[in-house]
Design a protein around this ligand. Structure first.
Ligand SMILES: Cc1cc2nc3c(=O)[nH]c(=O)nc-3n(C[C@H](O)[C@H](O)[C@H](O)COP(=O)(O)OP(=O)(O)OC[C@H]3O[C@@H](n4cnc5c(N)ncnc54)[C@H](O)[C@@H]3O)c2cc1C
Length: 574
């Protein structure tokens, strides 16, 4: 067997470097979904490892620059039906009705259990969530440091739960098509060979791959590459949410769209009005801004789209930091409760909108698609489960505000229940260093022999180039020719990049492996964006600007055959 593996792969799996541990379940990720799953699984008494790149309470669930997260709740049983119709409608023919039905029926139970995760919810009313046609109660929570402290205390109740932070899941291991383990790297670069019959991937979405994103740095689309390499499928990866974020004066702060009510000037980098010439005949600037103030994420399904499209066109023609907005004095005195909280958030960040301008650009915010799951959070690979933003098949082309947190909590809980049952009766296979080496080969070993004249690819410039290219070409404005070029470029990078060689040249090993994973995930996303030749929800194609009835109910699923990504059009399940 060793003959078929290169020295570099063996060097990675060298037995003296490998630490072996055995668990009944490994949960990857310590955001809302991973925490919910780990606590529920630990309660059953099985041996659980919670492994996360970030700290306890990390990921998008604990993004520092926000005043908290919210979850939309059905008011009662009758409203649950209406709510279901509405979220399915927003999904525009590609959402998972059954998964949404389960999610809506279980969300109140999960809210009642939030204190187990150290979170203290409160309830607010007064404004419909993004894309929701009516107002509902929103359950909200904040206070990340306090939550972390309370959760750490709660976790001492579970001696069977091991928490390993600052560690990366690198590769899932399978035996006869079922999960048998996981290779991970800890903070000291120790290779951990973890034997486990079941894994829950809760490692968040893909938006961290973009140059400008509203995610913390520990979220880099790992789940998609881990799952693909183990044989699972992705779905709806072309649908991402882009939200305007501040580029100046406070980089990465969320823009409060309600403030557009008082916006009196939108200009490009040269100070020229951005919208006047960008709007179709009959649409006024005021109406475009009014529609844009109703939801944070970009959608092409209403006239607000011209705002984001103009912004990105301006960026492409040289206005790197986005467009400049100015506001009138009434912003300072508006008594609307939501305006007051937007004002407070800006002021907390040292920004007085009545006196100063801000610059904004479309930031990648949240994935609507991901690893295809069923109502138990199970993927098509026995023993592999997925929850939270990493999972796909629930949300569709547009997603209501306050249903991503619900998905993380509900499918975190459901995947834990199903994975614990599975782990109880699953056969155990002990992966060897050879199993690990064989299965790591596709990640570690470039398939393309580099031309001697080409400088070897290094993670930092590669990630910068990838992030920039995604941000410019796979943002709110997409075009087939550009996506095809980008796809080709990412594929070449994926074939040529050697994380081991890069690590030998000085790149931290974990960063090098994260980069190899990022390339697989990015290629899958761009392939889906290029294949969907229409515009729908958050996916806008300048070369196919209309929603095409021929695509209604068609979802794009991706999987790996050997090293090659495959894509299939699948009619949506009823
Ligand atoms: C600013 C902001 C505001 C939002 N507001 C709302 C809202 O109000 N309502 C709503 O419904 N949704 C909201 N969302 C979306 C929602 O918060 C997320 O979809 C959800 O919290 C994701 O939770 P998660 O547990 O799936 O992933 P995350 O919280 O992103 O956690 C991912 C975890 O995986 C770990 N990880 C990543 N890769 C690896 C790896 N290779 N190995 C080991 N660990 C890894 C990370 O360290 C982290 O612990 C918001 C998102 C953002 C960014």
């Amino acid at each position: 067997m060793t003959d078929r593996l290169s020295d570099s792969v063996w060097a990675f799996c060298e037995p003296s470097l490998i630490q072996r541990e055995s668990y009944d379940l490994v949960v990857v990720g310590a955001g809302l979904a991973g925490l919910r799953a780990a606590v529920d699984a630990a309660r059953t008494g099985i041996r659980v490892l919670l492994l996360a790149r970030g700290q306890l309470c990390s990921g998008a669930s604990f993004y520092p620059f926000t005043d908290g997260l919210g979850c939309q709740l059905p008011e009662n049983d009758a409203d649950a039906q209406v709510f279901l119709q509405e979220v399915v409608q927003a999904g525009s023919g590609v959402a998972g009705e059954e998964l949404y039905r389960v999610q809506i029926s279980q969300i109140r139970r999960e809210i009642d259990r939030l204190s187990e995760l150290g979170l203290e919810p409160y309830f607010i009313q007064g404004r419909a969530a993004c894309f929701a046609p009516r107002e509902r109660t929103i359950c909200a929570w904040n206070g990340w440091d306090e939550a972390r402290r309370r959760l750490s205390k709660n976790l001492t109740d579970y001696p069977n739960l091991t928490v390993l932070t600052n560690a990366d899941a690198v590769r899932l291991l399978t035996h006869n098509g079922s999960i048998c383990g996981l290779v991970a790297l800890d903070s000291q670069n120790n290779r951990l060979l973890l034997q486990t019959p079941a894994v829950i991937l809760a490692c968040g979405g893909v938006c961290g791959l973009y140059r400008h994103n509203l995610n913390p740095a520990d979220v880099t689309g790992s789940a998609a590459s881990l799952a693909l390499s183990a044989g699972a499928r992705l779905v709806n990866t072309e649908f991402l949410q882009f939200i305007p974020g501040l580029t100046e004066p406070v980089y990465k702060m969320l823009f409060c769209e309600i403030s557009l009510w008082h916006c009196n000037s939108v200009t490009d980098a040269e100070g020229r009005p951005l919208l006047q010439d960008a709007l179709p005949k009959g649409l006024s600037v005021e109406e475009c801004l009014r529609q844009r103030s109703m939801h944070a994420p970009f959608t092409c399904s209403d006239d607000s789209r011209w705002f984001d499209l103009a912004m990105l066109r301006g960026i492409r023609s040289g206005g790197d930091t986005g467009c400049s907005l100015r506001f009138d004095a009434a912003f300072g005195t508006d008594t609307n409760e939501f305006m007051a909280s937007a004002r407070a958030l800006y002021l907390q960040n040292g920004i007085d909108l009545t006196r100063q301008s801000i610059r904004i650009a479309p930031f990648a915010h949240c994935a609507n698609g991901g690893v295809l799951i069923n109502a138990d959070g199970a993927t098509s690979v026995p023993g592999l489960y997925c929850a939270g933003e990493a999972a796909g098949g629930i949300h569709g082309a547009d997603r209501h505000g306050g249903v991503a947190t619900a998905a993380a909590l509900v499918f975190g809980a459901r995947s834990a229940a199903a994975a614990c049952l599975y782990a109880e009766q699953a056969d155990r296979f002990c992966p060897t260093a050879e199993t690990a080496a064989e299965q790591l080969t596709s990640l570690l070993q470039p398939t393309r022999t580099a031309d001697c004249s080409e400088p070897p690819l290094r993670a930092m410039p590669l990630r910068k180039a990838l992030g920039n290219a995604l941000w410019l070409k796979a943002n709110v404005l997409r075009r087939g020719d550009e996506l095809s070029d980008l796809l080709c470029q990412i594929h070449t990078w994926r074939q040529s990049y050697s994380p081991i060689a890069d690590a030998r040249a000085g790149t931290p090993l974990r960063k090098a492996l994260e980069t190899a994973q990022a390339l697989i995930t990015a290629e899958a996303m761009v392939l889906a964006m290029n294949t969907r030749t229409e515009s729908r929800g958050g996916h806008y194609r300048e070369d196919h600007p209309f929603t095409d009835p021929a695509w209604q109910g068609i979802r794009l699923e991706l999987f790996l055959r050997g090293d090659k990504l495959q894509i299939e059009k699948i009619p949506q399940p009823k």
